[in-house]
Structures are given as structure tokens and as C-alpha cells.
Write a protein that binds this ligand. Sequence first.
Ligand SMILES: [Zn+2]
Length: 68
Amino acid sequence: MKKSLLIFSFVLLGVTVLNSCGSNSAKEKPSATKEVASVQYTCPMHSEVISDKPGDCPKCGMALVEKK
Ligand SMILES: [Zn+2]
């Protein structure tokens, strides 16, 4: 009975180590905070039309799209 308990604790330890490794690698991934910084909207037909908020193009009335 003692042996099975030892094996169980080893498995538990292994799972804990694997979990901590997984969370560490996830934290290293770059966050998507850069996208929030400054989003500009432009008309697909008129690249000179730039707005800092979504709306319609003053020239053709098309919906402005997010500039990338
Ligand atoms: Zn336009």
C-alpha cells in the first residue's frame, strides 16, 4: 500500500511540474496590447481618408475599415 502512495505522489509531482512549465511558456508569449495602441480607419477606395474612429467615407459613403 505504501508503494502505491509513493507512485501516486510522484505522478502528482510530475503533473505539477508540467503544469508550471506550461504556464511559464504561456507567459512568455507576447501580449496583444500593441493592437489597442492606435487604430486608424481608412476607406478601401480612398486611402487618403483616415479616421481615428469607425464611420463612413465622406467621399463615397463606404464603411471605413481598420488600417493595418
Ligand atoms: Zn471612399
